[in-house]
Design a protein around this ligand. Structure first.
Ligand code: ADP
Length: 396
């Protein structure tokens, strides 16, 4: 079954067209600057060069139309007819407590997603626009919503409640939801199997370290705790996000004269590795800085790796041990230095790091020694494939 996977932002739309049975990407790309000047579509058929088309896109419906035309293009397309798009899988950021798994989209589901808009005001409305644009252009084609939060709905109450009045949870749904669920679900399963464990009888910690980072404790195939919270701002330090801070800092800055909007921007866009280093959010630049002995780079990386290690050790307590630690996403898959520094903290719990094996990027690899009590690996994530597979399973 050929599935179009859509990940819609407020002014962008990423897509992949996937043969979900063969698990192969046929084409992929991105529409940028939708609804604003300078719109463009970048399209790439697998194995061919990227093609960039500059064109104004008034809204997401126009963008989806361009994607469908590109897929049918005589020269670079991969289908002859729009009907070869057999299903569409949509990434939806927030499913609240309503959605604990992927679901076929109907009017009722759309209402449910809309009811979660409050919880993800920047993301869910954009996801809905993408769904509606696809429904308008491909009537009758089954569509599936795959939620970032759904995998974490198995967390026990003790992991998801905050220490604030319970009434706020009941009234507004203020609790830990967690994100990156498709990645944690996929990588935890792959990593367990990689070392010969059955996912349903294993204790895995997944470190999804990218621009946004989150750690997840996966016990017997189910998320039991995760570092992101009510929003994706919580948890470990990230590229530009602060991660966990004392909430009283918000109050303090407010009384120093900053507006709520300025504080929001500070914590989301000017903090994290960028804020601590003062020069970059990109871990490649930070590693270069560390190699040159730049103090600001060293402190940013130190805070990051220390924070990741503390979460892993905490999740060992949460699960009563750890069988496998998996590193994934842009930083986890590529930054050998981060993996080494994080693992150094974990020797006390039986992690024996294999420095030679660690010299690997972007592919599945064991990076612990044979006599390590805890197995450690690099495991590339593939969120689009999970969306395509969930779509296939539900539509069939
Ligand atoms: P997102 O959270 O946006 O999906 P990714 O998972 O793609 O992000 O991660 C992007 C980040 O990965 C970059 O900002 C960069 O810091 C990091 N990264 C990519 N390649 C390398 C590398 N070779 N070494 C260190 N870090 C890398």
């Amino acid at each position: 079954m050929e599935v179009l996977v859509i990940n819609c932002g407020s002014s962008s739309l990423k897509f992949q067209f996937i043969d979900s049975v063969k698990e192969e990407v046929l084409a992929k790309g991105l529409c940028e600057r939708i609804g604003i000047d300078g719109g463009r579509l970048v399209y790439q058929r697998e194995g061919y060069d990227k093609i960039t088309t500059e064109k104004q896109m008034a809204d997401h419906t126009v963008a989806v139309k361009m994607v469908l035309e590109a897929l049918q293009d005589e020269e670079n397309g991969v289908i002859k007819d729009i009907h070869e798009v057999e299903a569409v899988g949509h990434r939806v950021v927030h499913g609240g407590e309503k959605f604990s798994s992927s679901i076929v989209i109907d009017d009722e589901v759309l209402k449910g997603i809309e009811a979660c808009n409050d919880l993800a005001p920047l993301h869910n409305p954009a996801n809905l626009i993408g769904i509606n644009a696809c429904r308008a252009l491909m009537p009758g084609v089954p569509m599936v919503a795959v939620f970032d939060t759904a995998f974490h709905q198995t967390m026990p109450q003790k992991a998801y409640l905050y220490g604030i009045p319970y009434a706020l949870y009941e009234k507004y749904g203020i609790r830990r939801y967690g994100f990156h669920g498709t990645s944690h679900s996929y990588v935890s399963r792959k990593a367990a199997e990689f070392f010969g464990f059955k996912p349903e009888a294993s204790k895995v910690v997944v470190c999804h370290l990218g621009n946004g980072s989150s750690i997840c404790a996966v016990k017997n195939g189910k998320s039991v705790d995760t570092s992101m919270g009510f929003t994706p701002l919580a948890g470990v330090l990230m590229g530009t996000r602060s991660g966990d801070i004392d909430p009283a800092i918000v109050d303090f800055l407010y009384h120093k004269g900053m507006t709520i909007e300025e504080i929001h921007s500070l914590l989301n866009k000017e903090s994290g590795v960028l804020g601590l280093s003062g020069y970059s959010s990109d871990f490649r630049d930070i590693e270069d800085g560390v190699a040159e002995g730049r103090e600001e780079a060293i402190r940013a990386l130190d805070v990051f790796c220390y924070g990741v290690a503390k979460y892993i050790a905490g999740y060992a307590a949460a699960m009563g041990g750890v069988d496998v630690i998996a590193f994934t996403a842009g930083v986890g898959e590529n930054d050998t230095g981060v993996r080494e520094r994080v693992c150094e903290y974990l020797t006390f719990m039986g992690v024996k790091f294999d420095a030679a094996a660690n010299n690997v990027r972007g592919k599945a690899a064991k990076i612990s020694t044979d006599d390590s009590t805890v197995q450690v690996c690099v495991m590339p994530t593939n969120e689009e494939l999970v969306i395509a597979l969930d779509t296939l399973a539900l539509v069939q």
